[in-house]
Design a binder for this molecule. Structure first.
Ligand code: C2G
Length: 446
């Protein structure tokens, strides 16, 4: 029996895929089709795949050509599969000509001519609404957003808004955008709004964008009070709009896997979460300005709180903070949040430097994520018996903003109002902790 194997994503399955599968099957007696997992595709930079792995597997099965469907989940798997399944022929489309010659060592490699004039990319583009994204604010993060948005299909940044005409003009010129100084005019000319303005302006910009029926992605810290956060999420829900907090770590591949590993019990019951983040800054800068809601807490708490909320939930029973203050802002804050059966702490610095790692301790073992944990691309699960330790590696492409942009667009396109990676109630809880600190609730100066 001649066994053939072929691989692909098979997104929006089309005639090109069907022809390829038919020809591959004709090469032998038994066809194995490897369908890429969602995380494998994300890892190799394919961020725009529309169908999830289950839908893609079903589509391949429905062609009737596959005798067996397997999932491709890691680089190098092809060599393993060929040997494991005793494969005679590896077949792939001619767009990969030469790229898989290294498999000749294990079996025969056949490049089958590709069907011209059709591709998943083409189909995605044809059915794609190209949303006009407007950026509010023209600072550091806004600058990073523009190139990151280019790797995600379905949206194009077309406008920038900042009440300061000089800043807007310079930003617009640099990125080829239309500049606005008037928010209402800006809202009339965009479909989606990314709020990356100073902290204290988030609430008004988000609210007005929602009232103008725009989907919103808002930078961290989303807002600085529970009430405002609740109000905005309620408004979004009433108007059937997507509102997402741009907490980039929440959407990056490695962090998501930490959460699912922990929830599946790999380290037993979680007893402690420690997250730290420090970035020293020098004056003059808004981070050190009390009138602009500066301070370590407003600046860095959202990411550390994200880790704590995702891993321990929202049912804490008390919390306290220890801060070193300078000119009205906390240059260092340590916070402790106690849960009925666990405790969590975070250390944040803008005028103090500390190790920025994440440690999740459990009854069976712990997860160690080295600094900078919020840009996670690697972590290790460790046990008393070190032979059981396991390291996990991931990609974290570019500045990482592409993951949140992709999630936001996918929510809009698929009319999904809630994202499990960062739920509204989690954003509300983060705002609540920030508010408690602002209200000097259990804050001790050191
Ligand atoms: N294909 C084709 N004609 C097209 C489009 C695609 O023959 N018009 C073929 C591709 O050459 C490939 C298969 O269909 O053999 C699946 O294509 P994709 O879904 O685009 O998957 P791809 O990214 O090529 O993944 O490990 C994954 C593999 O390396 C290939």
């Amino acid at each position: 029996m001649v066994k053939v194997i072929t691989y692909g994503t098979y997104d929006l399955l089309h005639q090109g895929h069907i022809n390829l599968l038919r020809r591959a099957k004709e090469l032998g007696d038994y066809l194995i089709v490897g369908v890429t997992s969602d995380s494998f595709d994300r890892g190799r930079g394919k961020l725009n795949v529309r169908n999830n792995v289950l839908e893609r597997v079903e589509a391949v099965k429905a062609t009737g050509y596959a005798d067996e469907v397997i999932i491709e989940d890691y680089l190098g798997q092809k060599i393993d599969d060929i040997q494991k399944y005793d494969v005679d022929i590896f077949a792939i489309g001619s767009d990969w000509e030469g790229k898989f010659d290294y498999l000749n060592e294990y079996c025969k490699v056949v490049y089958l001519s590709r069907t011209e004039g059709i591709s998943s990319t083409m189909l995605r583009e044809e059915s794609q609404v190209n949303y006009r994204v407007g950026i509010v604010g023209s600072g550091r993060i806004a600058n990073r957003f523009v190139p990151e948005s280019k790797v995600v299909n379905g949206a194009e940044v077309t406008a920038v808004m900042n009440p300061d005409a000089n800043k807007t003009e310079a930003f617009a010129q640099m990125h080829g955008l239309k500049a606005y100084n008037d928010y209402d005019q800006f809202l009339q000319n965009v479909d989606l709004v990314y709020v990356a303005s100073p902290h204290l302006t988030h609430y008004d910009y988000v609210k007005n964008a929602l009232l103008a029926d725009k989907h919103v992605l808002c930078e961290i810290p989303f807002v600085l009070s529970k009430e405002q956060a609740l109000e905005l999420f309620t408004l979004a829900e009433e108007r059937n709009l997507v509102l997402l907090e741009a907490s980039k770590t929440a959407f990056c591949p490695a962090f998501g896997h930490i959460v699912t590993l922990v929830k599946s019990g790999i380290i037993g019951d979680v007893v402690d979460v420690k997250a730290s983040l420090s970035k020293q800054v020098l004056p003059p800068t808004r981070e050190l300005d009390s009138t602009q809601a500066g301070g370590a807490m407003n600046e860095h708490a959202p990411l550390c709180l994200l880790a704590i909320m995702k891993l321990l939930g929202l049912d804490w029973h008390d919390m306290n903070f220890h801060s070193r203050m300078e000119n009205g802002v906390d240059i260092y804050t340590k916070g402790v949040i106690n849960y009925p059966h666990a405790t969590a702490s975070f250390t944040l610095g803008i005028g103090v430097k500390t190790e920025g790692n994440l440690v999740v301790s459990g009854t069976k073992g712990y997860i160690y994520v080295p600094a900078p944990w919020w840009l996670t691309d690697f972590f290790e699960v460790r046990y008393e018996d070190q032979t059981k330790n396991k390291k996990y590696f991931y990609s974290y492409d570019g500045e990482g903003l592409r993951y949140e942009i992709q999630e936001w667009l996918s929510m809009i396109v698929n009319e999904r109002k809630i994202c499990y990676k960062l739920r509204p109630q989690e954003s509300v809880a983060i705002a609540e902790v920030i508010e408690k600190f602002k209200n000097h609730d259990n804050v001790t100066e050191i």
